[in-house]
Design a protein around this ligand. Structure first.
Ligand SMILES: Cc1cc2nc3c(=O)[nH]c(=O)nc-3n(C[C@H](O)[C@H](O)[C@H](O)COP(=O)(O)OP(=O)(O)OC[C@H]3O[C@@H](n4cnc5c(N)ncnc54)[C@H](O)[C@@H]3O)c2cc1C
Length: 504
């Protein structure tokens, strides 16, 4: 191999594209290997079966992506995506309905199809001289050094024609090949045993139907929360480019998945918290495509960072490292956080060589994943039948659920009675992976929400808390919940500081 530093990214999904862009700051050559051919125009690909379903990026992910792809949101909006600044959102749950217009000073996010998002990101980096794409090529294994301690490249096979096999050398290989990643098999093949993963047996079902807008409808984004105790599904009504609306129905727990039959699907909409609202909007919509389902039996979080013999020259991110329940819209944002974390490690590596670079990077990525994994698991475990498995503890689930219930109730009450969206905004920022959970689960906030005059939610939370003296609240929270050690860069710090007045 020449002295040129070369990195390989396996997979050109969203995680692969962000990673390739990040690596271009550190490697002379970045080669993205993708098993699919790319469509010329935005279109779904066989290798990304989830792309049929609407994808929304959380503000934290959009911030990171704006750093690597400046102006990408504006480009999407120019291509017909809906700006969150022009959207009115409506949240409906068991405590009521909140209607809000996005504040134009808040961060702008474009609502569009996954195919358009992927196409815009890909075209940006296809023009970068350091980045090359090899398509219609499948990675089939890892090449290792003679002492088997380092990954030095990949084996590939063409997917058509002569199905030629090849070896491509590299200094760094990053697996971003998604849920169907073969990384475990490849690691086993080079003699490595992988720790048992953490698993959320989630048995979730999605069903999405698309509609064409016939006349005028306002730009609305409707999030109808689920209520697992009463068997009420979640629904999302989201407008994308080309006058199209996507409507998602969702539930977890494996009981009665949302229907993929048009009549049944229409019927199920009526039972959502925002059923009336959505049915009203539908008068101006015409069915276009679907409903089409998507099922996931397990969300899997690998713990490669525990491997003392993890090889140098190899990293894994995106859905290949940890998959999430899509209803929480975290996958792209977590992939962006992971790519950014690797970037920070590479930046530090420039200043001081770290011999255990890859393992340290995996450890830091795990810390970064923790809030998203814990929050989505806590939410999903409200569904009967959803279980956490593997030799890892998931701390504070019931406490977290009771706390979030009371918080949500108080947030909705404040918004409705006092026209004060402060608490609601705080919850939104945590779910957007900007506000650390430690800022939400803390004594000062607990003091604030524990004044619901003995409501069922308050009694349940007090019972979980088990202490009555407010001076002991913080200690109890620290003992009960996981420690969320998070690194924040300047941009997030500034954003949090600018939000403090609104949240204090
Ligand atoms: C129904 C559904 C809805 C979702 N909605 C959202 C949402 O609203 N917001 C959100 O943030 N996330 C959402 N997600 C999650 C999101 O799709 C992923 O988390 C995100 O795209 C990152 O995935 P990835 O790039 O790791 O994998 P993928 O997007 O799956 O990409 C993997 C790529 O690797 C390629 N590949 C696989 N194996 C090989 C190989 N051996 N050689 C070469 N190439 C290979 C594939 O062809 C593919 O292009 C949703 C997921 C599902 C299932």
């Amino acid at each position: 191999m020449s002295d040129m530093k070369k990195a390989i990214v396996i997979g050109a999904g969203i995680a692969g594209l962000i990673t390739a862009r990040m690596l271009a700051d550190y490697y002379d050559e970045v080669c993205v290997i993708e098993r699919d051919e790319f469509p010329l125009d935005p279109d779904n690909r066989q290798g990304v079966p989830q792309s049929f379903h609407p994808h929304r990026v959380q503000p934290r992910g959009a911030l990171i992506m704006e750093h690597y792809f400046p102006g990408y949101n504006d480009e999407l909006i120019q291509m017909g995506a809906i700006s969150s600044h022009d959207e009115q959102f409506q949240i409906a749950n068991r405590y009521g309905t909140l209607v809000n217009k996005e504040d134009s000073s808040s961060f702008k996010i474009a609502s569009c199809s996954r195919a358009l998002l992927e196409c815009v990101l890909r075209k940006r980096i296809q023009n970068m001289p350091q980045i090359g794409f090899l398509t219609s090529k499948e990675v089939t294994g890892l090449i290792v050094s003679d002492d088997e301690r380092a990954v030095t490249g990949v084996y590939t096979k063409e997917r058509s024609g002569e199905k030629k096999e090849e070896q491509i050398p590299a200094n760094m290989v990053i697996d971003a090949s998604g849920r169907s990643s073969k990384i475990i098999r490849w690691l086993n093949k080079i003699g490595l045993t992988v720790p048992e993963p953490e698993v959320l047996k989630v048995s979730l079902g999605y069903s999405t139907r698309y509609y064409k807008i016939k006349g005028f409808i306002p730009n609305e984004w409707v999030m109808s929360d689920s209520d697992p105790e009463r068997g009420i599904r979640a629904g999302i009504f989201t407008r994308i480019e080309d006058d199209i609306v996507g409507l998602i129905l969702f539930n977890a727990g494996g009981d009665e998945y949302p229907s993929t039959q048009p009549e049944e699907f229409q019927e199920q909409i009526k039972h959502l918290f925002a059923g009336d609202k959505i049915v009203g909007l539908m008068e101006r919509l015409e069915p276009l495509q679907g409903p089409r389902g998507y099922r996931i039996s397990e969300s899997v979080r690998q713990h490669f960072e525990l491997m003392e013999n993890w090889p140098s020259g190899l990293l894994v991110l995106g859905d290949a490292l940890c998959g999430f329940d899509p209803i929480h819209g975290q996958g792209i944002t977590v992939a962006a956080i992971e790519a950014e974390t690797i970037g920070k490690c590479l930046e530090e590596q420039r200043i001081q060589h770290e011999p255990q670079f890859e393992r340290k990077a995996l450890q830091r990525m795990q810390q970064a994943i923790e809030p998203a994994w814990w929050l989505s698991s806590v939410a999903d475990m409200r569904w009967k039948g959803v279980e956490h498995g593997g030799p890892y503890e998931l701390k504070g689930v019931t406490f977290g659920q009771k706390y979030i219930n009371l918080f949500t109730k108080q947030a909705m009450k404040k918004a409705d009675q006092e026209k004060d969206n402060q608490l609601f905004f705080m919850q939104f920022m945590m779910n957007a992976l900007i506000l650390p959970p430690s800022e939400y689960f803390k004594k000062e906030v607990l003091d604030m929400i524990l004044d619901d005059n003995g409501s069922e939610e308050e009694m349940e939370l007090r019972a979980e808390l088990g202490v009555h003296d407010p001076d002991l609240f913080q200690q109890k929270l620290d003992e009960t919940l996981p420690i969320f050690e998070l690194e924040y860069d300047e941009q997030i710090k500034q954003l949090l500081e600018s939000l403090q007045p609104a949240m204090s």
